[in-house]
Write a protein that binds this ligand. Structure first.
Ligand code: DAH
Length: 355
């Protein structure tokens, strides 16, 4: 057998085996290295008789190409296998839910606050915040509710000290004072937040939520208040028509003052907002009292405006058919799972408030 044939048989059978990269590299140098078998054969060409030389050289070239291709394709195969193994090992199956995944829910009160903020922001209100622990001045005195005023008793206040200087705010109205003291008119804000009164039954909780509204500018009158609330109620309950009535009332910080009722009826055991001949009180409002404006150094001859205070929990109960206020604050996970909202569905006016 000729040398070329021997090389061919030996290495073809070697290369057919299961080889790793270093074994292949070894074969490569055995064949094509400086003293490799193929390299030596090339050196031999000059010594071969002329008649044989051409054929020998041609055969040698064919063998060289054949072995090289085989080696290259083996290397390629090994590299691909390595990549695949790595991919397989580092694979994360993103189609499977995380095993300990418990999906949280947005509380109906938080959802309602987000909805309210979204609705008012559409008509130019910005959102303000104030602290839960207030001083007596912001909560009462500055709001035209001096010492011994009967409205103070009605608030069932939680005082935090003997001198009755610090308290848990009984309403969000002190945020009106904080807002007006820290800048200059015009003001157009809402202030949602927690409020506290010593009271507890099916419709009262010692901690509850309100949203305050305040709009102060030149030439603001009661029709602006009415238009604003009408828009809000329609947007909030996602209805085209609303029945609303303003009942004369009294709050020390507004003059005139009103309470607003919305019309509803019960159909198939469910409450339908905007129709029917029953009335439900949902908020207090009025034109900001000149004394309040004076207390925050705003000239009531130049500026006036309206304010309102809405009970948030009540609105949430109405909209989402929840009939016991206390369930809001019991932290029962089953309840939250039922009445809560998907954290990714942020309410916006254009995408829909509550889907
Ligand atoms: N602060 C009042 C309350 O808690 C509600 C209220 C009434 C707020 C009239 C206002 C208003 O801003 O103008 O009972």
């Amino acid at each position: 057998m000729s040398d070329l044939k021997k090389i061919k048989e030996e290495f073809l059978s070697k290369l057919r085996g299961n080889l790793n990269l270093s074994e292949i590299n070894q074969i490569k140098s055995d064949l094509f290295g400086k003293n490799g078998l193929i390299s030596l054969q090339f050196k031999k060409i000059g010594t071969i008789a002329e008649a044989e030389r051409k054929k020998f050289a041609s055969n040698l070239n064919i063998l060289k190409v054949e072995l090289q291709e085989l080696i290259n394709s083996k290397i390629n195969e090994i590299e691909i296998n390595e990549i695949n193994e790595k991919l397989e090992k580092e694979k994360i199956d993103i189609t499977l839910p995380e095993r300990s995944f418990v999906r949280g829910k947005i509380h109906p009160v938080s959802q309602t606050i987000d909805e309210i903020s979204s609705i008012f922001s559409e008509i130019g209100f910005s959102v303000e915040e104030g602290p839960d622990v207030e001083n007596e001045y912001n909560n009462f005195t500055a709001l035209n509710t001096p010492d011994n005023h009967p409205a103070r008793d009605m608030h069932d206040t939680f005082y935090l000290d003997q001198n009755k200087e610090k308290l848990l705010r009984t309403h969000t109205s002190p945020v009106q004072i904080r807002t007006m003291l820290k800048s200059k008119p015009p003001f157009k804000i809402i202030a949602p937040g927690r409020t506290y009164r010593s009271d507890s039954d099916q419709t009262h909780s010692p901690m509850f939520h309100q949203v305050e509204g305040l709009h102060i500018d030149k030439n603001i009158n009661m029709s602006h208040l009415k238009g604003c609330l009408n828009y809000f109620i329609k947007e909030f309950f996602e209805v085209d028509k609303i029945k609303m009535r303003f009942r004369p009332s009294h709050f020390p910080f507004t003059e005139p003052s009103a309470e607003v009722d919305i019309g509803y009826k019960i159909k198939d055991g469910k409450i339908v907002i905007g129709e029917g001949d029953k009335w439900l009180e949902i908020l207090g409002c009025g034109m900001v009292h000149p004394n309040v404006l004076k207390n925050v150094k705003v000239d009531p001859e130049k500026y006036q405006g309206y304010a309102f205070g809405i009970g948030i929990d009540r609105l949430a109960m109405l909209k989402y058919g929840i009939n016991d206020l206390r369930s809001f604050f019991e932290c029962d996970y089953r309840w939250l799972n039922h009445f809560g909202f998907d954290p990714l569905d942020v309410p916006t006016n254009y995408r829909g408030l509550s889907r």
